[in-house]
Design a protein around this ligand. Structure first.
Ligand code: FAD
Ligand code: GLY
Length: 363
């Protein structure tokens, strides 16, 4: 049995690895180099609580994936002998006003009521640890179970796994269309010829709409990175203006992110970078003396209800795993597991039912 995966981001590559571990032959067809789409440009936060997700199926889905993460990275690291920067550093959400304090405390209470962890931290306590704390910060909520991973290292690791373990990687090969015969997946027509397979999975991120009748669209995010020292910041700060992600083993602070509905507009904007650097300096003013390392941008794959699209399509043996929007790095382990169980054993978990493409037909 052979699977054809359309798009080599974290979703496609994680599914490819999971299928390969189950003994299935897999080809990943990627129009660029694998792992250079949204998955490269992301922050790598594993942050269902800091993102403020409402209690319900999607939060459960994200929490399960957060629980799976350490196992996912340790197994990947063992496979390819490389560290991918998983760090259960906790995520701190600063409040910049009394109104934000009220909102954050109310969300914290919601989470405590459903058995999750978190605590309010007063400004005084914060000042002891962060002497240069921004004047407007009145306190904040710490979520100790939220974490981070270095998403670029994860992508390099998944690429290395694929190359050394025999997953077929067809890079710089654009899928032009999906080939369907008698209602059944047959293969894909690419810029370099036809690739046949017994099943196909659309994992083309923000570009997925090209292959399926579902509204999947890009929400652009601009990012920046600056020099940082371990004494500056020791966990992720997730503020309303910017989030700050210190990488563990090297002097890099990743700062994100804007949300822009501008289709596939390219390049960083002055407005975007001002927002990010302004937010960073309002949080920790001494960062204004740090050197700028890089600016970049990417496209979150979004859907009308901002939930993923997972599972079967109208065509036999053609599947989709896309629309992960702000949480695709977090959701890679659970997506790979559920898609593999669906394809190999026909198991339809409650999540796949909830996130089925069929939900858009009711509208
Ligand atoms: P991608 O990584 O975009 O992969 C899709 C691939 O398909 C691309 O490589 C593309 O080249 C390829 N492709 C497209 N069309 C074709 C074609 N015709 N033929 C062949 N290949 C094709 N998530 C988190 O969990 N935590 C975060 O902190 C976080 N921060 C983010 C910050 C920003 C600025 C952005 C933009 C996103 C962030 N996300 C975060 C979201 C996360 O990055 C995405 O949800 C996730 O990367 C989606 O993965 P993917 O594999 O579906 O898409
Ligand atoms: N999850 C962070 C972002 O999408 O910007």
């Amino acid at each position: 049995m052979k699977g054809v995966i359309i798009g080599g981001g974290i979703i496609g590559m994680s599914i490819a690895r999971e299928l390969h571990k189950e003994g299935v032959a897999v080809a990943v067809v990627e129009k660029n180099k694998v792992g250079r789409g949204a998955s490269w440009t992301a922050g790598g936060m594993l942050a269902p609580q800091a993102e403020g997700l409402e209690p319900g199926t999607f939060l459960d889905f994200c929490l399960e994936s957060r629980d799976m993460y350490e196992g996912f990275v340790r197994s990947l690291e063992k496979d390819i002998d490389m560290n991918v920067g998983y760090w259960k550093c906790g995520i701190f959400c600063p409040a910049f006003s009394e109104e934000e304090e009220k909102e954050l405390k109310s969300k914290l209470e919601t989470y405590i009521n459903i058995g999750l962890t978190g605590e309010w931290v007063d400004r005084k306590e914060l000042e002891n640890r962060y002497p240069s704390l921004g004047r407007e910060v009145v306190g904040g909520v710490l979520y100790p179970d939220d974490a981070q991973v270095d998403n670029r290292l994860v992508m390099l690791a998944l690429e290395k796994y694929a190359k050394f373990r025999g997953i077929e990687l067809l890079e710089f090969t654009e899928v032009k269309r999906v080939l369907i015969e008698k209602g059944k997946f047959k293969g894909v027509e690419t810029s370099k010829g036809v690739v046949e397979g017994d099943f196909g999975i659309i994992t083309a991120g923000a570009w997925s709409e090209r292959f399926i009748k579902a509204h999947i669209f890009p929400i652009k995010g601009e990012m920046a990175a600056v020099d940082v020292f371990p004494e500056d910041i020791d966990r992720v700060f997730f503020g309303s203006k910017a989030y700050l992600i210190p990488r563990k083993d090297y002097k890099r602070l990743v700062i994100g992110a804007t949300e822009e509905m501008v289709n596939f507009d390219e390049g960083n904007t002055v407005r975007g970078i001002l927002q990010l650097l302004g937010g960073a300096v309002e949080t920790l003013p001494h960062l204004k003396d740090r050197k700028l390392q890089e600016v970049w941008y990417g496209y979150r794959p979004a859907t009308p209800d901002l939930l993923p699209v997972l599972g079967r399509t109208d065509f036999e043996n053609l599947y989709i795993a896309s629309g992960h929007y702000r949480n695709g790095i977090l959701l890679a382990p659970i997506t790979a597991r559920l898609m593999t169980e669906l394809i190999l054993k026909g198991v339809e978990s409650r999540y796949l039912q909830e996130f089925s493409i069929n939900r858009f037909r009711k509208e």
